[in-house]
Structures are given as C-alpha cells and as structure tokens.
Design a protein around this ligand. Structure first.
Ligand code: 5GP
Length: 190
C-alpha cells in the first residue's frame, strides 16, 4: 500500500536488531486518517473470508484492529499481556516471545469473548518471526474457533514468520513488506 510505504520511507527509523521505529504514526503517536485507511484495506482484503471477530494483541495492534472492525462492523478483541503465567483462572492463554523486548510474556483472552464457530481475523502492526501470531493462533485453537487470516501492517519479509505461516496455510496479507532495510534505505517487495 503506497500510502503506508511512503510514510515508512519518510518517517521510519531503524534501530539496532532490525527494529523499525514508526512511532510518529503507528507505535506511539497515531495518525487516525492513515490507520482508518489501513482498516478499510484489510476489510477489502478479508471480506470474502467472512470473519465475525477480530483478534489482536495489545498495544500497537489495537488501533489497526479497531479501524478494521469499524470497516467490517464486527467486534474487536485484544489479547492482554501479563508478565506472569499462572494467575488467569479460566482464560485462554499462551506464552509469546517478544521480538522487541527479548522476553516472554503471557497473553490472555477471557473465554466469553471467543467461542467455537467464531471466524477470527488476526491483526497486528508488525510481522517478524511470527511469535505474536503463533500466540494468537493458539488462543483461537483453544477456543475451538477458526483463524480465517492475518492482516499485518508492516511485514519484515527478510524474517521468517510470513513464509512459515503462509506455508502452513494461513492467508497472510501485509500492507507493506520490507525486503531490505539499513540506515540509508528501505526497499519494499512489490
Ligand atoms: P514477531 O512475533 O512476528 O517476531 O514480531 C511481531 C511483534 O513484535 C509485533 O507485535 C510488534 O509489536 C513487534 N515487532 C517486531 N518487529 C518490530 C519492528 O521492527 N518494529 C516494531 N515497532 N515492532 C516490532
């Protein structure tokens, strides 16, 4: 999506460890106009899969998921992050390794919000090694629901998550796929 690629090119900053910072429009300050456009595009890309719920992971997935839910007129659930792993009683839960913080955390979703028969669209801001999506997929499985696809704003195509998840049969649509990035330039896959 050219609109997103242009913003990444003009405002993105690359940090050590292959981390792209897009804090001026997606990760700290939010650009509502841009994010609503991302939501409309995901709605267009996944309309045929007929999702009835969206699942994302806090924090940065929430605005994009919200915009997508508004476009598709379906509810949005965000998995909550916790540092400890055994205080959740009956909630669905899964352990995720954080790419940006280098630690493990547990994500939980209350059982009442996801059920057997739900058709779930996963949304997140970034896809790198796919651990965040793995955690969300595990929660969908625990609920007996079906993941109908994953919409990602920015995929780092040089990391393995996208290829692995697609080869497992998941429909993954990323609005900007970075082919290469260094201090001097960012290039995208067509
Ligand atoms: P994965 O689990 O696919 O390895 O990484 C995806 C998660 O890590 C996303 O939820 C995102 O919050 C974070 N992440 C991964 N790479 C980046 C990056 O380059 N920049 C930012 N801002 N977040 C990232």
């Amino acid at each position: 999506m050219k609109l997103l690629e242009d913003r990444i090119k003009s405002e993105g900053r690359i940090l050590p460890g292959n981390v792209l910072k897009v804090s001026s429009f997606l990760n700290h300050q939010l650009d509502p106009t841009l994010i609503m456009e991302l939501g409309k595009e995901f709605a267009r890309l996944f309309e045929k899969e007929a999702p009835n719920k969206i699942l994302t992971i806090e924090t940065s997935g929430i605005p994009i998921a919200f915009a997508t839910g508004a476009a598709l007129k379906i509810p949005v659930i965000f998995a909550k992050k916790h540092k400890t792993s055994n205080i959740f009683g009956d909630a669905y839960n899964s352990v995720v390794h954080s790419y940006t913080h280098g630690c493990d955390y547990t994500v939980i979703v209350e059982r009442e919000f996801l059920n057997q028969g739900d058709r779930v669209l996963l949304i997140d801001d970034f896809l790198a090694n796919g651990k965040a999506l793995d955690g969300l997929l595990e929660i969908v499985e625990q609920a007996g629901a079906k993941a109908v696809g994953a919409g990602i704003a920015i995929e780092k195509g040089f990391q393995e998550g996208g290829a692995r998840l697609r080869s497992n049969g998941l429909k993954v649509e990323s609005l900007a796929i970075i082919d290469h990035m260094d201090e001097n330039s960012i290039t995208f896959l067509e």
